[in-house]
Design a protein around this ligand. Structure first.
Ligand SMILES: Cc1cc2nc3c(=O)[nH]c(=O)nc-3n(C[C@H](O)[C@H](O)[C@H](O)COP(=O)(O)O)c2cc1C
Length: 324
């Protein structure tokens, strides 16, 4: 058995990996083939110092890309053994993947893999139809399968209390001119390979909204076209909050998102209550869970939309130099 990944395997898997979500669609990752293993790295030039000073968002995004990479390799018949943060002296190397014993992909892996190109952040209002119990169960199991938890915020008063927390964290963040300027830098009004196209940014926020919009351009909103009155809000959390825990949470996030897509559900992310430390702590206490909230999702039945652009895969690959 060949115990090395090949360049073609890396390119094919990285094509799926780059479909992962990232803060403002910054795509803060690189992939390299080294000693027959594939490595996922943080791209330090794509950090958001004002929005993500600790690098939490970068690690969530790289974790999500890593999950896609794992799926792609498994579906191609060579699943990977993964080591997170393999080199203590090189913290920007998020993970190293080496080939495991070849095997056939499972139907579940194939279904999640097929969902990769269909998944996108849907920031538009959802239909009011409730998410059925079996779909909720699939979502929570997806988080559990990646060593994380997904807590559904149920009941009008719990959802209202969460909405208040999310809106107040949004106001706190909006006070920073650097934060607002950084967001503006990543909103795109003309076609671009990264950033958020204005058409994907969702409608303008309005005072009656329960959940805050991030303010990515804001499509005009038809009169009376309000958001669903009782959204399904889900909080994803990890057992700890080290750099490795955040990469684990990124993988769980992507598994939950792909499970949602595969279940015919739409989802969007809202991370304002994660980015404000006091709100994050309040959220943790309100859920009564051990561990740390890492992301909040809004899930439901959405109108059709379209995936956002990505940079060409060759821009994010570091291939070994071949000597002739
Ligand atoms: C760490 C992280 C935080 C995010 N926070 C938000 C958010 O607060 N509001 C939002 O609308 N989208 C948020 N997103 C979604 C990104 O904006 C989105 O993934 C990116 O623009 C790419 O678009 P796509 O998800 O449609 O592929 C977040 C994504 C990540 C990974």
């Amino acid at each position: 058995m060949d115990t090395r990944f090949a360049v073609e395997q890396l390119r094919a898997a990285a094509t799926d990996a780059v479909r992962a979500p990232s803060l403002h669609n910054t795509q803060p990752w690189r992939f390299r083939l080294r000693d027959g293993g594939i490595e996922v790295l943080v791209d330090p030039d794509r950090r958001l110092p004002a929005t993500d000073p600790t690098g939490w968002g970068v690690r969530i995004a790289c974790g999500a890309a890593l999950f896609n990479l794992r799926l792609a390799l498994a579906v191609a018949g060579t699943p990977a053994t993964v080591r997170l943060r393999p080199y203590p002296a090189e913290p920007d190397v998020v993970a190293r993947l080496v080939p495991d014993v070849p095997r056939r992909p499972t139907p579940a892996e194939q279904a999640l893999h097929a969902a990769i190109p269909r998944r996108f952040s849907n920031r538009a209002p959802f239909w009011p139809d409730p998410v059925p119990a079996d779909a909720r169960w699939r979502l929570t199991e997806a988080a559990r399968a990646e060593q994380c938890w997904l807590e559904l915020v149920v009941g009008v008063s719990a959802v209202n209390a969460f909405g208040e927390l999310a809106r107040s964290s949004h106001r706190v963040l909006e006070r920073s001119p650097q934060y607002r300027a950084e967001r503006q830098e990543w909103v795109r009004s003309t076609p671009a390979p990264d950033g958020i196209p204005a058409a994907s940014g969702g409608p303008q926020g309005e005072p009656q909204d329960l959940l805050p919009s991030r303010g990515f351009g804001g499509l005009d909103r038809a009169p009376g076209r309000d958001f669903e009155p009782e959204p399904l809000v889900a909080v994803l959390g990890s057992p700890g909050n080290t750099a490795v825990d955040q990469v684990v949470a990124g993988q769980a996030l992507q598994r939950v998102l792909l499970t949602a897509t595969d279940s015919g559900l739409a989802a969007s992310m809202l991370s304002q209550p994660i980015e404000v430390p006091s709100a994050r702590e309040q959220l943790r206490l309100s859920l009564g869970r051990f561990g740390t909230p890492q992301m909040v999702l809004r899930v439901g039945y959405g109108q059709p939309g379209w995936p956002t652009p990505r940079r060409d895969v060759d821009e994010v690959l570091d291939l070994p130099v071949t000597r002739s």
